[in-house]
Design a protein around this ligand. Structure first.
Ligand code: ROI
Length: 167
């Protein structure tokens, strides 16, 4: 009898991290450790931490941003649930649209999939417009494929680095 073989499908994903409340460097560093420990996930890599000017309402503190990448066997919505559970561990509260937050974890890319449902848009809707996503992403994977969009190199040409700085 032929040997039964089971091949696990690992999908590489990219996650944007951001924080501008309650010691943002600590929030993002802790979240990276929590991502590393997620069930059904392996091979975490991450960018440096960056300081960025806030996009959104004026008067909020600067953000600390990073991008992480991992492989997962979770479905997109299972991964989203896991990311939201980590946000909850960081006492994430949604008070103001685009307002300050202790921790934001955005699923940027899930393999080469395009996803559009009421909970999730992948690639992330603003991936092309945000220097605090594009530059850290390029640091860890300059050749990453962004489905149905221009190359990361072209996105970078269109997106000013502004005052984004490595910390
Ligand atoms: N601005 C910056 N610089 N970094 C973020 O991670 C970030 N996240 C957000 C909004 C409020 C849009 N602004 C941001 O969700």
């Amino acid at each position: 009898m032929a040997e039964l073989s089971h091949k696990t499908n690992w999908i590489r994903c990219y996650i944007g991290l951001g924080s501008n409340l309650e010691h943002p460097v600590t929030q993002v560093s802790r979240a990276l450790l929590e991502l590393e420990r997620l069930d059904c996930c392996r091979g975490l890599i991450h960018s440096s931490l960056y300081r960025s000017d806030p996009v959104g309402p004026v008067g909020q503190p600067d953000y600390i941003n990073a991008v992480a990448s991992l492989e997962t066997t979770l479905t997109p919505l299972q991964l989203l649930d896991a990311l939201q559970a980590i946000e909850q561990l960081h006492q994430r509260v949604r008070i103001q649209h685009w307002g300050p937050r202790t921790l934001d974890l955005d699923l940027l890319l899930y393999g080469d999939e395009q996803i559009n449902n009421e909970r999730l848009t992948v690639p992330h809707a603003f991936i092309q417009a945000r220097n605090f996503v594009l530059y850290p992403l390029a640091e860890i994977d300059p050749d990453v494929y962004i489905p149905n969009q221009i190359s990361l190199a072209d996105c970078l040409k269109n997106c000013d680095k502004g005052s984004l700085e490595l910390i």
